[in-house]
Each structure stands twice: as structure tokens, then as C-alpha cells.
Write a protein that binds this ligand. Structure first.
Ligand code: PEP
Ligand code: MG
Length: 592
């Protein structure tokens, strides 16, 4: 008798990256840490134990180093807490149980160690003795450090996970931007996460991989079992677990219609980006590194409007050397020229953390903390390295550079001062670079928007980062799915702020681009053009849609649309107005 088919379950989340795919699930568990679970080959058990011992040695070395630093700076008493940490590493029972778990289950060492450590933590947590309960924190700390060493040592990197997720849909509680940066295009079929908002960096990176993604599914990683068949619909934000034949048939039909629609978009994608009344709106793309070039070089676009250079750092999980950065930047500039490459100096912090505390992981409000230009100005060595690498790359093709998270003119002046020093040192060494490379600023903090007149005096161009601008204007965390309904691009405050930036920058002859996700959404792109934005920079996969839109609107009509939108008080009404307009633009395509 055959097994009865598993029950179909439909999960609703937030549509984050378009596309439909059907594939088995790969569950990537994330508890305190992303702890992968996979079965080892019997021959790999000994080398896995070696890895365990190696991580213990490294962990011990790190703790001893911290201990002696603390003893030197704060005194012996404070340092003694780390003796307790060292004792955890000597706990014979913990070590033996981990070895036993590995030999019996043959699961990878991170998983076994984590499992045993969690058992210990639960045990101590339930004891009615304050001293023993305190030990829980020691074990937690040491466990995290051990796991970091096991996972951070590039042997178990995301690249290994990349191979495991090949041909599957990745299901996880939360995918960090550095995990996402390590995923390879072309292997993975889709991404489904329990948490996340539309403009989280994880989602942006997923979009650049060109795979369907649904976020904010809340319990997907619990409901879905390893190997379940999934159907992911990145247009509607739906994940169907074990889809029935009926559902598969309906999606097959939908996919066919979608394919016709996409084929028609593709036909126009090679044509110029000009409105019906002859206004050119340069269309550029957002990239994270050379990895994305494969989707970009075949597109008819005007260049890269946002190179999120931190993508290079996140992939390697460290501050990358000048040479390695130069190599990557030059390859990008070379493949794009004669089109422009717009470098954004690295924007780490917020939800884009590096391990090892290179960007402090202990901040209470990391989005308002030591992020982006703030970090660069506080620790200028890493910034100088990057400026050298960007300047050197500018010799190989048209380049621009902009600073992220600028809150006022002071930061631009200080960053430009460091830039001048770097230029002087390159001059001394006789290294060529583009002396006239335009320098701009991202406008993504309300204080920068409010002082755009002053900022324009110090920039050759500005680019509005709507993802952050909305987050900071409305005080809505962009990665928090619990309040994603409050993240409203149509809020009058957002419209008025963009209108003000454009008006003030234009008065001073400064061009305004938008590189946040609003630019790549056909509902908002018309509004932005109507508000006078000069150019748009979008995810590569969205180019055909936005190109079609630009070619089928007139600038005078969208300017009236924007004026009308500016008079509305309720985001819902504005959204409705813009949606109806979009439907009108794409109607001929749908009818065809
Ligand atoms: C933005 O904030 O809109 C932006 C483009 O930058 P990021 O998404 O990388 O923060
Ligand atoms: Mg930003």
C-alpha cells in the first residue's frame, strides 16, 4: 500500500523577491547561532573530532588573551570571571558527551556540541541555587565562542551551505546578511524565512540572487520538515508545503501566463529608457559585488547606481584588504565601462554585522549606532584602505563614490578631508586614479533631508536611500516583521521629504537619484519620476519592469500624479491612487 500524500499547508508571509519555484526544503536552523545539521560520512568522524579539538584550543587561546587584557586594565578580580569560562572548556563531561553524541548520531560537530551544551544550560537553569545558575551564562558564552570558531573558520562557511542548498528552497528563522552574501546564484531555488521585512538587507541580497523569496512567515521553520516539497510564490508571498496535484496544476497555468508577460517585458528591455514625451530617465542597477555582474552585463542599463561595497566584506566575514578590494572593484569597473559605477563606501553596522566584534555586536540600537560613515570616521584605517581601493579602480572606467548614513555636512567635510589625504599619498606613490571622480552623499537620515541645501554645497550628486529614510522618518524598524504594516512608503511625510530634497538639490544644480527599493517597485517608480527624481537604481531582476514603465508613461502625466498624491492625507488613499495608475500602465501588456 502506498503512503497517503502529506497534507497541503499554505503559509502566508511577505512577498520579498518575485518568482515561483518548486523544490524540496532545506532547513537551516538558527537558535542562538545558525547551527547547521547534516549527516557525516562515517569516514569523516575522526576529522570532525579534530575540528572540535582545534576549536577548543582556539577558544582557550582567545579567552586567555581576554583574561590577561582585563587583568592588565581592570585588575585580577575582574579577570577571574574568565577562569570560570576556562573551566567550562575543561569540563570532561561536556567534552565526552559531545564526542559520544557525534559517534552515535554522526551529525556534524557544531550540532552535537550545541545539543549537549543546551542540555547543560537547561539543567543549570532549573537549579534553585544562584551560584550554579550563574554558571549558565559562562556555558552560554563559551558555547557561542566555540560555535563561532567552528562556523567562522572558513571550512564551514556559507559556501559549504551553498552546496547543500543546491536545488532546494532554504527555510530558516532568520538569514543574516553575511549568510545571504555567501549564497551563490544559480544553486538555490528560493528562500523562506520566519522573520524579516521587505527592505531588510537579507531580502535585498536575496533579490540580487534572482530567486523567489518570502519573509515574515513566522513559523515556517517549525512547520516545514526537512525534505518536504515546497512551492514558493514570491509574487504573492505564499509558501505551500506539500502542494496537491490541483495546486501544482494551477501554478503551472499561472507560470505560463507569467512567462508570456515576462517575454513581452524582455522585448522592450533593450530599448532606451525614455518616457513617451521624450524625457530620458537613466536606469541603473544595485549590486553587491562581482557576483552580480553575470545578471548585469547583458542588461541595457546606464550603469551601477549603487554598489553596496559591504557585500564584499560580508562575504568574507572580515575587513577585506586593500588589494582584494581593488581587485574586485576594478573587475566591476572594467566590465561596466563606459557605463558608470557608483561606489558606496561600506555600510556595516545596523543589521550588517561582522563577527569578531569588528563592528560592535553589543549595541542596543544598532540601526542608530556605529553604522556606515560613523564607523568609518571613528576607525579611519579601514576607511582609508577602501578609499585607496576605490580611487585606484576609478582609473579603469567612469566611477563615482558616495557616503552612506550622512546626517549632516560635518561628516561629508571630514570624509572628504580623509579622501584628500589618501589622494595625496597616491600622488606621492605615483599611482593613477580619476582626480575628478564625483563625490556624493546618500540621503537617508531625516536630518540630512532637512539640511539638503547645505549638503548640496558639498556634493556633486545625491542619492536617496528610501529604505532607511522611511525607517528613520517613521520610526519603523525595517527588519521587524511585527510592524511591517507601519512601514509606509506612501506616508505624506515620505512624499513631502522626497519632494523637498528634489526641489532644494535642483535649485543648486545637483541631480537626485533614488536607489532604495521604492525605485524598483512599479507602484512607486512613477511617483518618484513625477516628484522630479532624475534617475533610478534598482535590483537587476526588476530592470525590464521599470524600463517598460518608463517607456509607457509621460513625464507631464506623472508629475500631475505626484501633485495629486502630495495633496492626500492618508497613505491608503495614496497607495490606491498609485496602484490604479500602475494597472493602467501595464494594462496593455496584460491584455496582450
Ligand atoms: C537605502 O537605505 O535605501 C539604501 C539604498 O541603502 P541600504 O538598503 O543598503 O541601507
Ligand atoms: Mg541605507
Amino acid at each position: 500500500m502506498s503512503d497517503s500524500p502529506k497534507e497541503e499547508i499554505k503559509l502566508k508571509g511577505i512577498a520579498a523577491s518575485p518568482g515561483i519555484a518548486q523544490a524540496p526544503a532545506f532547513i537551516f536552523l538558527k537558535r542562538e547561532f545558525d547551527v547547521p545539521k547534516y549527516l557525516l560520512d562515517p569516514s569523516a568522524v575522526d576529522s570532525e573530532l579534530e575540528r572540535f579539538y582545534g576549536a577548543m584550543v582556539e577558544t582557550r587561546r582567545q579567552i586567555q588573551e581576554i583574561r590577561s587584557d582585563i587583568a592588565k586594565n581592570l585588575g585580577e578580580d575582574e579577570a577571574r570571571i574568565f577562569d570560570a569560562h576556562l573551566l567550562v572548556l575543561e569540563d570532561v563531561a561536556l567534552i565526552e558527551e559531545t564526542q559520544k553524541e557525534l559517534r552515535e548520531t554522526r551529525f556534524n560537530i557544531e550540532f552535537c556540541f550545541h545539543k549537549v551544551a543546551q542540555r547543560y544550560i537547561a539543567f543549570f537553569d532549573n537549579i534553585d541555587d544562584e551560584y550554579l545558575r550563574e554558571r549558565v551564562n559562562d556555558i552560554r558564552d563559551v558555547t557561542r565562542r566555540m560555535l563561532f570558531n567552528l562556523l567562522g573558520h572558513t571550512d564551514y562557511g556559507i559556501s559549504r551551505m551553498s552546496r547543500m542548498v543546491a536545488g532546494r528552497i532554504l527555510v530558516t528563522k532568520d538569514l543574516s546578511p553575511s549568510d545571504a552574501a555567501g549564497l551563490e546564484a544559480g544553486t538555490l531555488k528560493g528562500i523562506a524565512t520566519d522573520s524579516g521585512g521587505m527592505t531588510s538587507h537579507t531580502v535585498i541580497m536575496a533579490r540580487s540572487l534572482n530567486v523567489p523569496a518570502v519573509v515574515g512567515l513566522h513559523k515556517a521553520s517549525e512547520v516545514i520538515q526537512e525534505g518536504d516539497t515546497l512551492l514558493i510564490d514570491g509574487y504573492e508571498g505564499i509558501v505551500i508545503v506539500n502542494p496537491s496535484d490541483d495546486t501544482l496544476y494551477q501554478y503551472g497555468e499561472f507560470n505560463l501566463r507569467k512567462k508570456n508577460y515576462l517575454d513581452q517585458l524582455q522585448k522592450e528591455a533593450v530599448l532606451p529608457s525614455v518616457t513617451l514625451d521624450g524625457k530620458t530617465i537613466p536606469l541603473l542597477v544595485n549590486i553587491e559585488g562581482v557576483r552580480d555582474l553575470e545578471h548585469v552585463t547583458s542588461l541595457t542599463i546606464d550603469g551601477v547606481g549603487l554598489f553596496r561595497t559591504e557585500g564584499v566584506f560580508l562575504r568574507d566575514n572580515q575587513i577585506v584588504s586593500e588589494e582584494a578590494q581593488f581587485d574586485e572593484y576594478r573587475r566591476v569597473v572594467n566590465s561596466l565601462q563606459p557605463r558608470i559605477t557608483t561606489f558606496r563606501t561600506f555600510d556595516l553596522g545596523g543589521d550588517k554585522m561582522l563577527p569578531n566584534g569588528l563592528i560592535s555586536p553589543r549595541e542596543k540600537n544598532p540601526f542608530m549606532g556605529l553604522r556606515a560613515i560613523r564607523y568609518c570616521l571613528r576607525f579611519p584605517d579601514a576607511f582609508r584602505n577602501q578609499l585607496r581601493a576605490v580611487l585606484r579602480a576609478s582609473h579603469y572606467g567612469p566611477s563615482k563614490m558616495m557616503y552612506p548614513m550622512i546626517s549632516g555636512v560635518g561628516e561629508i567635510i571630514e570624509a572628504n578631508r580623509i579622501l584628500d589625504e589618501v589622494k595625496a599619498s597616491l600622488d606621492q606613490e605615483g599611482i593613477p586614479y580619476d582626480r575628478n571622480m564625483p563625490i556624493g552623499s546618500m540621503i537617508e537620515i531625516p536630518s540630512a533631508a532637512a539640511t539638503i541645501d547645505l549638503i548640496s554645497e558639498h556634493c556633486s550628486f545625491v542619492s536617496i536611500g528610501t529604505n532607511d529614510l522611511i525607517q528613520y522618518l517613521l520610526a519603523v524598524d525595517r527588519v521587524n516583521d511585527m510592524i511591517s504594516d507601519l512601514y509606509e512608503p506612501c506616508h505624506p511625510a515620505v512624499l513631502r521629504t522626497i519632494a523637498y530634497i528634489v526641489e532644494q538639490a535642483h535649485k543648486r544644480g545637483i541631480k537626485v537619484s533614488v536607489c532604495g527599493e521604492m525605485a524598483g517597485d512599479p507602484i512607486y517608480a512613477s511617483l518618484l519620476i513625477g516628484l522630479g527624481v532624475d534617475e533610478l537604481s534598482v535590483a537587476p531582476s526588476i530592470v525590464p519592469t521599470i524600463k517598460y514603465l518608463i517607456r509607457h508613461i509621460s513625464s507631464s502625466e506623472v508629475s500631475k500624479l505626484a501633485q495629486k498624491a502630495l495633496r492626500l492625507s492618508h497613505p491608503g488613499d495614496t497607495f490606491h491612487l498609485l496602484k490604479q495608475f500602475k494597472i493602467g500602465v501595464f494594462k496593455s501588456l496584460i491584455d496582450a
